[in-house]
Design a protein around this ligand. Sequence first.
Ligand SMILES: Nc1nc2c(c(=O)[nH]1)N[C@H]1C(S)=C(S)[C@@H](COP(=O)(O)OP(=O)(O)OC[C@H]3O[C@@H](n4cnc5c(N)ncnc54)[C@H](O)[C@@H]3O)O[C@H]1N2
Ligand code: MOO
Length: 394
Amino acid sequence: MKEFIGVSEAKILLKNLPITRVPIRLPLAESLGKFTYSAILAPMDVPSFDNSGMDGYALAFDDSGEGREVVDVVPAGAMPDFVLPQGKAVRIFTGAPVPKGADTVIQQEQIERTGDMVFFDAEHFAKGANVRKQGAQCRKGSEVVASGTQITPGTIGLLASLGIQEVEVFSIPKISLILTGDEIIDLGYALQPGQIYNANGPALSAYLELLGISGLRVFKAKDEPEEVTRVVAEALEASDILLLTGGISVGDYDFVKDSLHQNGVEQLFYKVKQRPGKPLFAGKKGDKLVFALPGNPASVLSCFMQYVKPCMQHWMGNPAAWRSPQYLPIARDFDKQADLTFFLKAKVESGRVVLLPGQESFNLLPFGVADGLVEVPQDQNHVEEASLVAFYPW
Ligand SMILES: Nc1nc2c(c(=O)[nH]1)N[C@H]1C(S)=C(S)[C@@H](COP(=O)(O)OP(=O)(O)OC[C@H]3O[C@@H](n4cnc5c(N)ncnc54)[C@H](O)[C@@H]3O)O[C@H]1N2
Ligand code: MOO
């Protein structure tokens, strides 16, 4: 039951959590952005036949003779059923199979053609020129993609070239979000006095999209203990990772922590020496992770980026989930009094980080332009202009 711990201790606790991750098989077209679960081996040679890299003429390089008679044409998509006779050439096109008996393709710009005869200057070529050999890209059985690789459009092209239609990837966690707070109103409704628009829901849903996670289930709970407990039970059942916003500090209407305990969630830590997001709660129930994010929107986004995002990325098989920040020079001096780690909204301008005005945890204005967060460690109260600071892009 860790209480009021430092940022690094909180991160180490999360990083060391054993997480059972399961692979799923997905159609290639749905695998973009996912991480491969196991290494992928080539099921065949690619190219699977020697083929021409140019539009031109295929011939046997070592054949002597001033010119070659063109005896046939090989288009792409057809396999020639003849052996090229000695001293002859065939018209060939890019991607077409090089017929047996030929070993070199001379591109058509380098050929003089007179009637059925072609002439070229052999000094400008080497044997084998412009022939893409069978297996030049990869041999059957060779590893083409390592495990833990993020699938890009390029990976999809590579796998398609190998005829692979499905890939085994790390699954995407099922995420639920419980928004607490009687004052929270969804977009599209008129605000009554005392009410505010739900900013945390749309922001988190967008952040999940950025991580390649769709299908977020959003629940709402009134500031009422039985309701929070009931909604936690329902949401927990349906999720691998449960997020809550609000209701986690010490106010009379903050019921989240008790509701989590009542639902058998074991506390990993509560309260972190940081601003924003001091009352952050992390817990687990079996393999399920639970994060109760302090309701202020800046705390929600900051805590999500620093703690929840790496857990989710780790779950999804990203080997760089807990990667180190970038180190960039800060544009101006910065001073703080509190003995807490600060996460500050910042913009990168000409390679320097500029801290934005409006760092209070209720204030969303700097998020309109921020590129990410700067971390100023707990024990550092002064940051000198131009010194390097840790910067986390979104
Ligand atoms: N006596 C103390 N009061 C507070 C402390 C404390 O230590 N002692 N901590 C403060 C800090 S720091 C934070 S952070 C907040 C966290 O409070 P909760 O997690 O209980 O969140 P709420 O009180 O429910 O809401 C805080 C704030 O955020 C607004 N909010 C909530 N949900 C949304 C949403 N979906 N979209 C937009 N805004 C939202 C809510 O209206 C409140 O203004 O506690 C401090 N208090
Ligand atoms: O720790 Mo809270 O997020 O500052 O307002």
